[in-house]
Ligand binder design. Structure first.
Ligand code: ARG
Length: 455
């Protein structure tokens, strides 16, 4: 490509080291679309003959089709996807192909390709996310009245509905959808026409090419246009948060599937056995998702570190952005894709959840609230309830089983109605505050998320 300036060919090891086609070939579609828009813009501006433009566009469409059908393979001896497409075009149509790179550089070309690639992938990821949210919401609806202990510090805290617990994840993932949307909106400006870094002397129309490629406008500074990778980092942080959320749910599913909890059972088709222990059923999918979270964080840190201290404008370091980005995209897609059916087929063991909720004094807050409603200051009620809990632990019984005579030794405010007030159904049913755990509150959350998914 640069034969003019160089007397010698690149050393073959250096050539391999320098080359990116083995991974940037993923962006062939975006690269070809970008080139078509560029050629048409050049023609519209009178920089390129209509006839040359027709040949170029025809040639590029042919290359795209042949790559898609498998009639054409990438030439791994080319340095990158941009060089490959241009070389193949020139091989096919001759001199007109050599005119395509007028008023353009690989620096703005790669910057526009990555944006378009990420735009397409973010759409796919958003669709997968929405599917998972929909499945979580369906599970939540089915289990909106199933009572389970809610935990803080992984200690039984207060009774909640399992639907309420699941809806917490729906909210997290819904924010992730919003984050992808925000990042996509900020990214959707075309750097094409920034050229190497300084712009061009040709009378180009950047906005024309940008509009053809579906961008909302152009980047306003050509140096920034070719050297900005903020959008990659924004998406990688959004992907990291998605993975963080999936890893938290994974961890819970792993715990819930354990013999100690037995709150859920994953379908056989999403679990594995052990090669030696015949009784085992392992939550490998959830464990892998939890594990792959580290990998996506690594991709984010790769890019942050890559960009740190880089002088303007383009530096070859930036070629290293793609593998990390592609890896994160593939990983997130795989994880979302496996998670949705895993949740859909997960069996909820409501009886075990209820049994667990009956132990652990998770209605103690409600007992204190009972006294407070009868006029006792909350702190005093809290103290008495603590003493009663201690007595129950001593007697190896639960609050619901302690006789009324025992209660009345602490205060005459206790009457028989206390048992109704501290039943799990009451504890859950009375928590009707917005966002709370009652069936009505959870149904409102479900409605909210379903509406957001449709919007
Ligand atoms: N393969 C390069 C990359 O991915 C394309 C841009 C190369 N530009 C350059 N001046 N060497 O970053």
């Amino acid at each position: 490509m640069w034969a003019g300036r160089f007397a010698k060919a690149l050393d073959s090891k250096a050539d391999d080291f320098n080359s990116s086609i083995r991974f940037d070939c993923k962006m062939y579609k975006q690269d070809i679309k970008g080139s078509i828009a560029h050629a048409e813009m050049l023609a519209a501006q009178g920089i390129l003959d209509e006839a040359d433009c027709e040949q170029i566009v025809g040639g590029l469409c042919g290359i795209l089709e042949d790559l898609e059908t498998g009639a054409l393979d990438f030439d791994m001896s080319c340095e990158d996807i941009h060089m490959f497409v241009e070389a193949e075009l020139t091989r096919r149509i001759g001199d007109a192909g050599k005119r395509l790179h007028t008023a353009r550089s690989r620096n703005d070309q790669v910057a526009v390709d990555v944006r378009m690639y990420l735009r397409d992938e973010a759409e796919e990821i958003t669709a997968l996310l929405k599917q998972l949210i929909a499945d979580i919401v369906d599970k939540a609806e089915e289990n909106r009245a199933v009572i389970v202990p809610g935990y803080t510090h992984l200690q039984r805290a207060q009774p909640i509905t399992f639907g309420h617990h699941l809806m917490a994840y729906a909210m997290m993932l819904l924010r992730d959808v919003g984050r992808l949307r925000d990042a996509a909106a900020r990214m959707n400006f075309s750097p094409l026409g920034s050229c190497a870094l300084a712009g061009t002397t040709y009378p180009t129309n950047r906005r024309l090419a940008a509009a053809r490629l579906g961008f909302d406008g152009i980047t306003r500074n050509s140096i920034d246009g070719v050297s900005d990778r903020d959008f990659c980092i924004e998406f990688l942080s959004a992907f990291s948060l998605i993975m963080m959320h999936l890893s938290r749910l994974s961890e819970e599913i792993i715990l819930w599937s354990s013999w100690e909890f037995r709150f859920v059972e994953l379908d056989d088709s999403f679990t594995t056995g052990s090669s030696i222990m015949p009784q085992k059923k392992n939550s490998d999918m959830a464990e892998l998702v939890r594990g792959k979270t580290g990998r996506v964080y690594g991709d984010l840190v790769t890019l942050l570190t890559l960009m740190k201290g880089l002088p303007l404008a383009y530096n070859k370091d930036m070629q290293e952005d793609k593998e990390a980005l592609f890896d994160a995209i593939e990983t997130v897609k795989m994880c979302l894709d496996i998670f949705a059916p895993m949740i859909r087929t997960m069996r909820v063991k409501a009886d075990n959840m209820y049994r667990a909720a009956q132990e652990g004094f998770i209605n103690a807050t409600d007992l204190a609230d009972y006294l407070t409603r009868k006029g006792m200051p909350f702190r005093s009620a809290y103290k008495i309830t603590g003493q009663i809990v201690a007595e129950c632990i001593e007697k190896n019984c639960v609050l619901d089983d302690l006789p009324i005579e025992e209660y009345r030794k602490y205060t005459e405010l206790f009457e028989r109605d206390l048992y109704g007030e501290i039943s799990l159904e009451t504890c859950v049913g009375k928590r009707i505050s917005e966002g709370g755990t009652s069936v009505e509150s959870v149904e409102a959350q479900i409605d909210f998320v379903r509406k957001e998914l449709m919007a």
